[in-house]
Design a protein around this ligand. Structure first.
Ligand SMILES: [Zn+2]
Length: 91
């Protein structure tokens, strides 16, 4: 794993910890930094990161805290508190 990928991993961890501590703004800043690192290095963000971040508000999603997760028609629907929804195929 390259340095950029390691940094993304670390930012993902920090964002998750901040979100669990209830510090949404700090979590959001880590999410944005991770997205920038990925963009600059043309890396794909890890699946976990993509699933648990909001494309609209860059929030790090913690189900039961700032996001709701439902399954529907073979999809997982993740709804962020900002109102954005994301759908993923159910595995
Ligand atoms: Zn959102």
């Amino acid at each position: 794993m390259g340095i950029a990928a390691e940094r993304i991993d670390r930012l993902d961890e920090l964002a998750r910890e901040a979100a669990r501590d209830g510090d949404a703004e700090r979590a959001r800043s880590y999410v944005r930094r991770a997205r920038r690192v990925a963009e600059r290095n043309r890396l794909t963000l890890p699946v976990r990161f993509r699933r648990f971040t909001c494309d609209d508000c860059d929030g790090y999603l913690v189900p039961g805290r700032n996001a709701r997760v439902r399954t529907r028609d073979g999809h997982v629907v993740v709804a962020c508190d900002c109102g954005a929804h994301a759908r993923y195929p159910y595995r």
